[in-house]
Design a protein around this ligand. Structure first.
Ligand code: DGL
Length: 263
């Protein structure tokens, strides 16, 4: 049975959703989190819709069976599939792409850039969500085929920088942008590389908006956890030690109660 003690589920193709866990920890510090990182199948961004429905459907069912009271779909790529995914499970799903548009409505801008996976850009979810949250804002998108995989395998800065520059130079050719949304959860994990390559730009991590949306949902449903030392349980289809190392690099240290399982 779902109650306030039930965990929040977080699903992503790999380690990228840790940027969402970081935001959840800050917005909802008492919530237990069950995280599913499908590293064995990462990257999602170059796969077909049919394949993505199968993979993300499996992740969400896994989290639902473990009693998640709601699920943060931390994967922008599969956010576009939310209508089909919501028909497969009963647990409420809050997608990052749908929340990211709220960050744009808080900016006073006429144009915004989005860098994301090829699938996310091709599906136009950011265009649709921004048009509805901030009508009239022009959206310029660029898809990267490689950046999520480079982050997932912890590639050296030089490789990450070169992929960032390849995509961003292309994006900036089309419009003189100041604000760019990192529309793939892997990218905020290398925010420092984006800022080093383009110090004049404002890069937006949408994760805090998703965390706010989850808080509002849990408040409305009277499902907020009571204060206690919260636990982060990570299920990965990849290597647990590699996952643990990425957690450490991103500030998830011993102050967090963490457990890792290979599935
Ligand atoms: N981190 C996911 C996203 O936000 C997927 C990246 C990938 O696996 O290609 O889109």
């Amino acid at each position: 049975m779902i109650d306030f003690k039930s965990p929040i589920g977080v699903a992503d193709s790999g380690v990228g959703g840790l940027s969402v866990v970081r935001a959840l920890r800050s917005e909802l510090p008492h919530e237990d989190i069950l995280y599913f990182g499908d590293t064995a199948n990462c990257p999602y961004g170059n796969k077909t819709e049919e394949h993505l429905l199968m993979l993300s459907g499996n992740m969400l069912s896994f989290l639902e069976k473990r009693n998640a009271k709601c699920i943060a779909l931390a994967c922008n790529t599969t956010s576009a599939l939310a209508p089909q995914l919501r028909m497969r499970i009963k647990t409420p799903i809050i997608t990052i792409a749908e929340c990211a548009a709220n960050a744009v409505s808080e900016l006073d801008v006429s144009a915004v850039g989005v860098i994301a996976t090829k699938f996310t850009i091709a599906g136009g979810i950011y265009n649709r969500c921004i048009q509805s949250a901030a009508p009239g804002v022009a959206v310029y998108g660029i898809g990267s085929a490689n950046l999520a995989s480079l982050v997932e395998r912890g590639a050296p800065d030089a490789e990450i920088d070169s992929e960032i520059r390849l995509c961003m130079d292309q994006l900036l050719k089309n419009a003189p942008l100041k604000d760019v949304i990192l529309g793939c959860t892997h990218y905020p994990l290398v925010m420092s590389r984006f800022m080093a390559c383009y110090p004049e730009l404002n890069f937006i991590d949408p994760a805090p908006q998703q965390a706010i949306a989850l808080r509002k949902h849990l408040q409305a449903e009277d499902l907020l956890a009571k204060p206690h030392r919260a636990k982060l349980t990570i299920f990965t289809t990849g290597d647990t030690e590699a996952f643990r190392a990425v957690c450490k690099e991103n500030g998830f240290d011993d102050t967090y109660d963490m457990e890792f399982f290979h599935i």
